[in-house]
Design a protein around this ligand. Sequence first.
Ligand SMILES: [Cu+2]
Length: 488
Amino acid sequence: MKSTIKKFFFTKMLIGLGAIALLSGCVNDQSSKKYKNAVDIPVNQEMIAELTSPPFVPTPVGKRMAKKLIVDLEIQEREGEMVSGVKYIYWTFGGTVPGSFIRTRVGDEIEFHLKNHPDNKLPHNIDLHAVNGPGGGAESSFVAPGHEKVFSFKVLNPGLYVYHCATAPVGMHIANGMYGLILVEPEGGLAPVDKEYYIMQGDFYTEGKYGERGLQAFDMQKAIDENADYVVFNGHVGAMTGDNAITAKVGETVRLFVGNGGPNLVSSFHVIGEIFDRVHVEGGDLINDNVQTTMIPAGGAAIVEFLVDVPGTFILVDHSIFRAFNKGALAMLKVEGEENEKVFTGEIHDGIYLPEGSVIQSMPSLDRNAPKEEVKALSFEEKMKFGKDKYMATCVACHQANGQGIEGAFPPLANADYLNADVNRAIDIVLHGKSGEITVNGKKYNSVMTAQALSDQDVANVLTYVYNSWGNNKTDVTPEMVEAVRNK
Ligand SMILES: [Cu+2]
C-alpha cells in the first residue's frame, strides 16, 4: 500500500515536471515567435521607397507583401528661416526639418542609401530607432560630404520610430534639425483613416534671443543648459499655421504621426478642443483611448487618432504652454464643414507670436566683453589643470579628447601647424570664432567655429593647455595676451 502511494506520487511528480518542461518550452516558443516570423518573412521584389516632406506622409503600405525597399536619402545643410527675419543654418535629411518620412512594413528588407551632398561641410550618419543592430545603423552609415554609404537591415518591429544623426557632437547635429520619422506598419497595415499627417517637435538654441534678427548661430551653452529659444513643430515657427495649416472635413478621421526630435525637451502634445480617440502610446502596440494630452519623449513618437466633429481651427500645442505662445510650439488644424452652434471658434490671428511688436528686441546677446574677471596670477601647473578642465568641458566635442579633430569637419589641435604658427590668431579664434577655408596640416577645412564665451583667464588656461599638449610648441598664454587681442 505504502509503496503504491509512493509510486503514485512519484509518477505524478514526473508528469508535473514534464508539464513544466513542456510549458516552459511553449513559453520560450511564444516569446521568440514574433521575432522569428519577421526574420523569416520572404522578400522577392525590389521597390523604391516613396519619401515625403512634412506635413505629408507616403501612401499606406496596407496589405502589400514584404519587399526589398530602396531608401534614397540625401543630407543637405541649408539656410532656412526660423521665424520671419531670423535665418538659421539647418542640417537636414532630405532638405526639410523634420527629415523625409519613411514608410515601411514588418518583413521589408531596407537597402539604405545615405548621401552627403558635396556642398555640405560636415560628415553625418543616421541612427534609425527601427533598426536592430549596432548604433541603429550609425556605425555603417558615417559619410563624408560628396560620398554615399549603403547599408541594409531587416525590419522586425512594427511601430513609429525616430531616426536622427549620431555624429559627434551628437547634440549639435540633432539640435540643427537632423531627425525624422520612420513608420513600420504591422502585417496587414494600419486601419484606414481619412487624413494622415506628419508633425515633429524640436527645440532650437540660438545666440540671439527669440526673434532677434539676422543669421543666428547655434549656441552650445544654451543647448547644454536646455534653455531653448525656439520650440517648434516642423522646423520653424509657423510651419503649420495660417496657409500652411493642415486640414480636414467634419466627420473625417485624422491620424497624426507625432515625433519629438528634441534634442532636450519632452513634449506634452495636445490639440485644443479635441480629444484623442486613440493613442498608440510611444508609437508602440499599446493603445490608450480618450486621451487629452500625450507625452512624446525626446527621441520618441506617438500616433494619435481622432474624429473631427465640428468645424473650426484646432490648435496643436506643446502644453508646456509658454513654449506654444512664446517659443513657437503651435500648429493649426483647420476643419471645414457644416456650421454648428457649438463650434469651437478659434479667433487666433496668424502670426501673433511673430517677433514684430510682440517680443522685446532690445535685449543684447551675451555680452562677452563686459564682466572682466580679476586677473589672478596662476602657476603654470594651475593653468594646465584648469585649462584641461575647460578643454574637456568646451572644446572636446569638436576637437576631440587628444586634439586629433575629425577629418573634414573639425581641424586638429594636436601637432597643428596652423595653431603653432600664430598664437594671437589662435586667441582671436577662441574669442571671436572662425569661419571660412583654412588649411591645417595639409588638409582643408571650411566650417564654422562659434565664439567661445570664456573669460581672459579661461582662454589663457585652455590655450596654454593646448599649446603644452600633443606635440605643440609649448607657448605659455597669459591673460594679458588675451586681453590685448580682445582690445584690438
Ligand atoms: Cu549630422
